[in-house]
Design a protein around this ligand. Structure first.
Ligand code: ZN
Ligand code: ZN
Length: 278
């Protein structure tokens, strides 16, 4: 078997600054090294104004501390794992001016746009109407892509886990397809988030049927583990690549300097396997 150098990045993971993740970025980099990844993008939860959900994210005044923390890991792993600075930015209606300013920081390599449908007053409106919540989620997801503020939509069917008892894919698919049509007209990629296996509905976010619709529209896919512990970096990436290949995808993407890079699934798969199968 010919050795293949690492080429793939894990583009979604956290730091202790969000108060619900453990391990310094150096430990995430070490797992990446062990699993044959070329690099990682640290994407902790962004600070928001007015102490919105401050219990699960860094404070605005910790931004520099965050940048320094990622810099430290980048220096420590230089030449072994490429450690980059990114952010997972929550979208909520009305935050556009705030996010525009925050996300203009030119040190960022990858910006995830996230809707966490359990956060924020906007979602309280749908507490008693799960179907309306699902519809609003996918409509908003398309809007998030249309803002042009984000590189990648993270875990883009997360609402299934917050309305699991009412998740009927056939019923919601027309809404999803309408959203995907809109997303396909933007430059925004979508994430295949492997942490979904640990959630209420234990499958990737998004699941295979939605991934199939994404492929039909040629929307780029970015792989993320959404690690909140170091040992999950690159978790289930081989399985994710195999699933994508079985659906007819031939490449995956990641962002460096806010610019999309693409590698073939065959090359990515081989680069991981040389480490994991020896
Ligand atoms: Zn988190
Ligand atoms: Zn995340």
């Amino acid at each position: 078997m010919t050795a293949t150098r690492p080429i793939l990045y894990d583009s979604h993971m956290h730091t202790p600054l969000c108060k619900h993740a453990t391990g310094e970025p150096e430990r995430y980099a070490q797992t990446a090294l062990d699993r044959g990844l070329a690099g990682i993008v640290i994407t902790c939860h962004n600070p928001l104004p007015d102490r919105i959900s401050h219990a699960v994210r860094m404070a605005p005044e910790q931004w520099d501390e965050y940048v320094d923390m990622v810099d430290r890991a980048r220096d420590a792993y230089a030449g072994r794992v490429d450690v980059r600075l990114g952010i997972e930015a929550d979208y909520m209606p009305g935050l556009e001016p705030f996010l525009e300013k925050q996300l203009a920081d030119d040190r960022l390599h990858h910006v995830l746009g996230s809707i966490h449908p359990f956060l924020g007053v906007w979602w309280e409106r749908f507490a008693s109407d799960p179907l309306a919540k699902q519809r609003a989620y996918f409509d908003q997801l398309a809007y998030v892509a249309e803002t042009g503020l984000f590189d990648t939509l993270s875990h883009p069917d997360l609402v299934k886990n917050t309305t699991a008892d009412h998740w009927d894919l056939d019923r919601i698919m027309p809404d999803i397809c309408r959203a995907l049509d809109r997303i396909a007209r933007t430059d925004t990629a979508m994430e295949l988030n492997t942490s979904g296996l640990q959630k209420v509905i234990p499958e990737f976010n998004p699941g295979a049927a939605i991934l199939e619709e994404i492929r039909q529209r040629d929307i780029p896919i970015v792989l993320g583990s959404d690690s909140h512990v170091p040992q999950r970096v690159g978790d289930q990436f081989v399985e994710a690549l195999d699933l994508l290949a079985s659906l007819g995808f031939d490449s995956v993407s990641f962002f460096l300097e806010r610019t999309r890079q693409t590698v073939t699934i065959d090359d990515a798969r081989r680069s991981l396997a040389t480490v994991q199968e020896t």
